[in-house]
Design a protein around this ligand. Sequence first.
Ligand SMILES: Cc1cc2nc3c(=O)[nH]c(=O)nc-3n(C[C@H](O)[C@H](O)[C@H](O)COP(=O)(O)O)c2cc1C
Length: 191
Amino acid sequence: MPEAVVALTGASGARYCVKLVQSLVEHGWTVNLIVTGTGAINLDLECQMTPEDLADHDLVNLEDNRNLAARSASGSARFDAYIVCPASGTTIGKIASGISDNLATRSALVAMKERRKLIIIPREAPYSTPHLRAMANLSEWGVVILPASPGFYHMPQTIEDLVDFVVARILDQLGIDHTLGKRWTGEEVES
Ligand SMILES: Cc1cc2nc3c(=O)[nH]c(=O)nc-3n(C[C@H](O)[C@H](O)[C@H](O)COP(=O)(O)O)c2cc1C
């Protein structure tokens, strides 16, 4: 059974993480969930949920962000993918600088040192130069930078449609065969 580490950090866009966790468990993935302190504030503000609410599933294991002895802090524990969703500029900057001072940053750096799939979903507007430079470095080092920037060409009608667009791109990166959102067929625009 595939296993992911999912870190919800203090950027806006907790809804993306809620949908991601739901989608992963629907596809039989086990999720090791980490929620930072500011991540929990955003989860409450935007989704009226606690980390425990989000982890209320047999396949979801809630980890303490302060516990650097947790399973996902070790490279010897093998996970199939690590996703930071949404990723704050602070967490991005720390990962790019090699700082692993909490479980969210430590597990991301474990993914990098073990050359495993790491997907980062930044959300900020506008981006500061330090965060842009950090993302460029991470991209060069093999990390997938997948911004929370939904497209509009599929004519979204609801916020859920916009959320699905971004989560669909994450599932694509994980090689999950899903039906979230519409795929571009090439026939939408008349030539
Ligand atoms: C309500 C709220 C919304 C925030 N939104 C963002 C955001 O969209 N993007 C961002 O990079 N930081 C945002 N921040 C700032 C981060 O939460 C802050 O930099 C924090 O130190 C991140 O820590 P963490 O990455 O460990 O969660 C927000 C903070 C709060 C309280």
